[in-house]
Design a protein around this ligand. Sequence first.
Ligand code: PLP
Length: 402
Amino acid sequence: MSTTPRKAGRHFLQIPGPTPIPDRVLRAMDYQVLDHRGPRFQEMALRVLDKVKTVFKTKSHVLIFPASGSGAWEAALTNTLNPGDKVLMYETGQFATLWHQMAQRLGLKPDFIASDWRTGVDPQKIAEKLAADKNHEIKAVCVVHHETSGGLLSDLPAIRKAIDDNNHPALFMVDTVSGLGSADLRHDEWKIDVTVAGSQKGMMLPPGLAFNAISAKAIEASKSATMPRGYWSWEDMLAANKNGFFPYTPATQILYGLDVAVDLIHEEGFDNILARHKRFGKATRAAVAAWGFENLAREPYHSPVMTAVMMPGGKGGDAYRKIVLDTFDMSLGAGLNKIADRIFRIGHLGDTNDLTIMGALAGVEMGFEIAGIPYRKGGVQAAMDVIASHYAQKQPVAQAAE
Ligand code: PLP
């Protein structure tokens, strides 16, 4: 038995992923394990491999590795490129930095466009690099759709346009580990060649599935790509998936969960999901502004997924988060790497609703008071105004009473 006293009610998991799992998904995973080479598994896997495509908005293949999102990074690079290839990457923050590091470790030659961790990808800078690359040495443009270290959303269609305007043949690779299911993502329409994602954020699942949605162009590239790959081989995965199987033991339980999670996404509807996340982003930013704090994300890169709040005085984020956790049983996201302790992050993604966000913001505001951090009152009120006005426009009382 634990020696720490029980906290009543549910834990507020307000980090930008992993996110809370809906009850229906939890129940779907509470099943005895199936033989992953048997017919019942096969039937489920064929269904899931097909329906998951709708979330990526693709008619092409979506490969599912039993791995964390980082595995999907590695699969994307090793299946499509040759050792020593030049790739264009963009320093949006910690996750772009880690992907860049991985590319270096794998023997690629990344050109890493430097940035300040407060802005998303500037499509103009991508365009300039591609325009200067007359010999088409750049083999892939790799960007993070939603940079989770700072809450920065990049404009993927504008980046696609930068590639097209320069008639550049580079593959377009997008990490949407924290974007999928929370921000708009259209694999086919935006001609993304490899979409990299994970299960534990907007997909409302436990960590453990890594996704690669792959275009015909990416599959073609994989046929001649010479980077060594074993576990991550698309070829093996595609061959096994054709019959509803995997080249090794899949994460059976999470696949049951995925089956239901995709249903939940369709039951709510993409437009509603995107609007909900935007509303939470707007409400949280209104609270941050009213408290007199600064959002790490500069306009127009702010995010529907999470908000990174800059600590006044530039430090104390970790001590503050500990106070909130100890007092209210709420986990807020930490600042990572060079912004460690300088910020805290409020996740507003996944299976969350208006009152959860309001509860979270109330905990944040009370936390300032308890921690003795100077702030202006009224953040929670400002967020309530955003949320209430959203519904007020739709349901005026006069109409409701009729
Ligand atoms: N990319 C982004 C944008 C992320 O937010 C994360 C994790 O939070 C990753 C990649 C790495 O995923 P994982 O930690 O599941 O390996």
